[in-house]
Write a protein that binds this ligand. Structure first.
Ligand code: AMP
Length: 385
């Protein structure tokens, strides 16, 4: 099936066209500066997408479905859904949980409804895969009303990636996915770690928002919440300033001055102490979560590295694994430095936990899930364009 995958932001729209029967990426692009004079709204952005598609495919791009990446599915969505008006409203109503993302997704969905009203649309939620967390993992130890009145709980993100990587890892190890217990370290500019038991997510490091957990490019990850309340009580910072500080100016950038892991590693190798400290804090945080999740899953079969840093940085993988001797992890240092785009094992044969590198592909996962749902929904008139 030929699927248009859309990631609709407030001022940008990323898109890909994928053929799901072959897994092929046919085309990709990005429209930026939506809201500016040249691209006044998402409808205008979509006109540019259409032009690109027509130029590439020569007239009718023969799209059969659209799959949207939707950041927040709240408590309601535990799987992809076919989009209609009510679903679009529901995505919009989750705006308090994802103010930067969900309203922008709804704009993209509505623009497509107007342009290609007959094309089936599917929403794939970044939170959905984590709806299997047990309550003791998703509840915070705060008064109940924060949950019942305000929806304060762990939601978790990067779920589409975690689900995709779980399936690839189980394939690689030749175990049925529902027998697969592992730990997924999704280490990109945003970073999270997920505990997988029987192929399902049972805990994950991001929380109510993507700020929690690991040290990221510009996000702090876990900090004592009193840091915030004390600084506000003392009148040193406003809530907005702290929000920016923790989301945009912390993490690798806060300590080493850059959110680019390549630069941090290069500087640390030259003896830069701040870069070295940033690496030490970030890798130690990952190790702590691995220890915790090894217990949570009852003994992991595999530890999987994915996303920009996880896939590409042999140095960071080595730093993390060096601290895991106590749980029997033995990295194969030669295999670890080899470059490849394929899922692969980088641990020794006698490692108690297999260490894997599995490239993630959220767009492929969204396209596949979209095709699956649209096929299951039965024949439809796509009003092809
Ligand atoms: P992502 O958000 O998944 O695109 O990942 C972005 C992060 O991956 C950035 O911190 C990059 O510096 C990092 N990255 C990409 N390639 C490499 C590499 N070869 N070595 C180290 N870090 C890398």
């Amino acid at each position: 099936m030929r699927v248009l995958v859309i990631n609709s932001g407030s001022s940008s729209l990323k898109y890909q066209v994928r053929e799901t029967s072959t897994g092929e990426l046919l085309l990709s692009g990005l429209v930026e500066e939506i809201g500016s004079g040249e691209v006044p709204d998402h409808g205008a952005a979509l006109d540019l997408v259409e032009e690109h598609l027509q130029a590439e495919f020569g007239g009718d791009p023969e799209l059969e479905a659209v799959g949207h990446r939707v950041v927040h599915g709240g408590e309601r969505f535990s799987a992809p859904v076919m989009i209609d008006y009510e679903i679009t409203r529901a995505i919009e109503r989750l705006a308090p949980l994802a103010p930067l993302h969900n309203p922008a997704h709804a704009l993209g969905i509505r623009a497509i409804m107007r342009k290609w009203p007959k094309l089936p649309q599917v929403a794939v939620f970044d939170t959905a895969f984590h709806r299997t967390l047990p309550e003791h993992a998703w509840r915070y130890a705060v008064p109940n009303e924060l949950y019942t009145e305000h929806g304060v709980r762990r939601y978790g993100f990067h779920g589409t990636s975690a689900q995709y990587v779980t399936a690839r890892a189980a394939e690689l190890l030749n175990v049925p996915v529902n027998r697969f217990d592992g730990i997924i370290a999704h280490l990109g500019n945003g970073a999270s770690i997920t505990a997988i038991k029987g192929g399902r997510s049972i805990d994950t490091s991001m929380g109510y928002t993507p700020l929690a957990g690991l040290v990221m490019g510009t996000r702090s990850g876990d900090v004592d919440p009193s840091v915030l309340t004390q600084l506000m009580i003392r009148g040193e910072y406003t809530a907005e300033q702290l929000d920016t500080l923790l989301n945009k100016d912390s993490g690798l950038k806060g300590i080493a001055g850059t959110n680019d892991m390549r630069a941090v590693i290069a500087r640390a190798a030259e003896g830069d102490e701040e870069a070295e400290l940033a690496l030490a804090i970030a890798s130690y945080r990952v190790q702590k979560y691995i220890g915790a999740y090894h217990v949570a899953v009852g003994g992991a079969q595999a530890l999987i590295f994915t996303a920009g840093i996880g896939e590409n940085s042999w140095q960071f993988r080595e730093r993390v694994c060096e601290g895991l001797g106590a749980i029997g992890v033995k990295l194969d240092r030669m295999a670890n430095v080899e470059k490849s785009r394929e899922p692969r094992v980088v641990s020794t044969e006698d490692s108690a936990i297999a260490v894997l590198v599995v490239p993630t592909d959220e767009e492929a996962a969204i396209a596949d899930q979209t095709a699956e749902l649209v096929t299951a929904a039965g024949p439809h008139d796509t009003g092809r364009h």
